[in-house]
Design a protein around this ligand. Sequence first.
Ligand code: ADP
Length: 441
Amino acid sequence: VGHTAQVMLRLQDIYYDFNESENAHSIHSLTGNRHEAEKSLKARARVVEKLDNLKVLVKGDPLQESNAAKLDSAIRFRFMMIQSQLEIQDQENFMVRSPAVNKVRNKIMDMMRIENMLMQERQEILRESSDKSTFAVVLALAMAILLILLASVIAMREYSAKADVEQQLLVNQGELKNKIQLLDETNKNLEQFAYMASHDLQEPLRKITTFSERINSKFSLELPAETQLYLDRISKAASRMRTLIDNLLRYSRITKSQLEKRMISLEMIINEIKDNCEVLIQNRGVVFSHNTALPEVIGDPTQLTLLFQNLISNAIKFTEPDVRPVLQISCATVTGGEVKELRPDARWEEYYVVALKDNGIGFDEEYLDKIFMTFYRLHGRSEFEGTGIGLSICKKIAENHGGFITAKSEKGKGSVFFVYLPKEPAAKLNNTLLHEHQQAG
Ligand code: ADP
């Protein structure tokens, strides 16, 4: 369309300049005005120039190409006539101007008509193609909308799936919370039960002891030797049962809820235990060696004393009678990451690990988990006195403090017991104390 418009414009220019040349020529012929002759000459030069340009423009269109050629020869013919008229000033020749002029004008008109038709055709094509492009644009737009819709549907689905997962997570968390609560309650009930049972068992036990003592004091002379022996065994069994019940009571009293935490020096705890067990230590000639200074920890002094007392008395107890017990106590700080390898549920950033190494009889590590269970013993009573509750108390106390206990040993080569206690920041203790103070208030 742009090209056709250019051709049309050129034709119009040629037409205009041609007419100007003709008019100027006519005036000059009639008036002899030289200025008009020059005007005509200039217009003819422009026509020739534009005609060359027109021929270039219509190249490729055979019909217009031949028309342009015809126009060219008509114009040149006419200009030739003008030139010769000017030269001979022949009036007659001048009169025959009309057909030659008309020929040029008609040819220009023909070409313009053709270009006009072309223009219409091309505009039609343009409209069609623009319709097509409009269709393509609409199609692209529709597809884009479709894609956006699709993306939104997917996003919605993902969002709702995520919401489902989150919902499920919440439900699971809720269930877990309930189960933990239930477990806590069950543990509390069990502790309560153990306490009640051991407490209630004391009464019949007291009666057994009292009556067997009475029989013994009243009828000891009359009783046959065999009955005496049985009575003796009854009172021994009763006294053992008392020890068991006492230990069970002690075990059930060690609860987390009754913890009285404060900053306490482990060094002081060990010294206190040494005082408590002075006789035993002296009798056995126990040697203590502290490899490192013991730190201050946050904990319940009574429970921690019980924990280390059980470990120390075990270390002495489970050393052959003819061997002088040597007890090494040391302490180190370990990161929560290192502890996690032992206990995946470790949640503190740092722990103190207190190690108690003895030169005792040791034990087979196969039983490591079992020795921390209530009433589990690896040795008979005839070998070593005990009820099998000491280590289970240690385990419970360590766990009450957010830590744990474990050991390494080899039969005949001594044992090392490791107590892990969280290295709680002092700020936390202050908060705990403040909280306790507020509660007390
Ligand atoms: P008890 O000392 O009354 O037997 P514990 O619960 O303290 O009960 O210990 C359980 C068992 O673990 C002991 O019977 C003993 O076999 C073993 N054990 C504990 N401490 C040591 C130790 N230091 N060396 C060797 N074995 C030990």
